[in-house]
Design a protein around this ligand. Structure first.
Ligand SMILES: Nc1ncnc2c1ncn2[C@@H]1O[C@H](COP(=O)(O)OP(=O)(O)OP(=O)(O)O)[C@@H](O)[C@H]1O
Length: 248
């Protein structure tokens, strides 16, 4: 996925002032930066979630496999399956674990038979590292799971519709350290299969899970490159000040 010269306006206010970035399957990309710098706003451009935000306007070019995602020809429902999203607070549907995962494949017509659907549900839960914990209680409500399990269920739900990209907006910030570690391990397991972008306030987390990092500040990307370089040898003073805790 490539983004070029992306700008986002909320009314008159320009929240993103020209961001260009590539995200690939090979690397997990982390977006870091102080509160209000535009990480979530930019993330939401990548699957047109800003379309649902009143007053938001996106300018620039964002392509998925060479297709302009803002083209009138783009089917937004399809796009959001191809570019899935996981939010800060786990948000399973108030339905069974099975239904949470089966819902997307059903509306996208991905399963012809019950056996197909069972296969998709199992594979998605396995990839999300949740299968062993829930296989004997697929009919229980998704909302009855622990927070960490709910977040992995949301990841399984995103996986179930064969996404190319998964966007994660602070996916572990509402979780305890053990559940957080599981999500981080999972992100690493999923790398290579899906392009993953994670917004995080936790710099240790960015350093642990990502290979590429973009440091956002005041609506722009100050520095973007290999995570190791950004954390050990940042080129920009503003990046250095942020990662050494001088502000933010
Ligand atoms: N719906 C909105 N309407 C108007 N302004 C908004 C809206 N959403 C965000 N903004 C503004 O856009 C800027 C970027 O916000 P955004 O939430 O993208 O930052 P962020 O880096 O994700 O912050 P945080 O880390 O606190 O979540 C901020 O100045 C914010 O106040």
């Amino acid at each position: 996925m490539t983004a070029r010269n992306v700008r986002v306006f909320y009314g008159e206010f320009e929240a993103i002032t020209g961001v260009s970035i590539d995200v690939t399957r090979e690397d997990v990309t982390a977006f870091i930066g102080p509160s209000g710098c535009g990480k979530s706003t930019f993330l939401r451009c990548l699957n047109r979630m800003n379309d649902t935000v009143a007053g938001a306007r996106v300018v620039g070019d964002i392509q998925l496999d060479g297709e302009d995602i803002y083209s009138p020809a783009m089917d937004v429902v399809q796009l959001r399956a191809r570019v899935g999203m996981v939010f800060q607070k786990p948000n399973p549907f108030p339905k069974s674990i099975y239904e949470n995962v089966a819902y997307g494949p059903r509306i996208h017509g991905l399963a012809r038979t019950k056996a197909d659907m069972d296969g998709i549900v199992e594979q998605s839960l396995r990839r999300a590292g949740l299968w062993d914990e829930v296989k004997d209680r697929l009919a229980d409500s998704g909302t009855a799971l622990s927070g960490g399990q709910q977040q992995r269920l949301c990841i399984a739900r995103a996986i179930a519709v064969n996404p190319e990209v998964i966007l994660m907006d602070e996916p572990a910030s509402a979780l305890d350290p053990i559940a957080t570690a599981k999500i981080e391990e999972l992100i690493d397991d999923l790398r290579g299969r899906y392009a993953i972008v994670i917004v995080t306030h936790n710099m240790q987390q960015a350093a642990r899970v990502s290979q590429k990092t973009a440091f956002f500040h005041l609506g722009t990307v100050v520095e973007y490159g290999d995570t190791r370089e950004i954390f050990t040898n940042p080129k920009e003073t503003r990046t250095k000040d942020y990662i050494t805790g001088r502000y933010g």
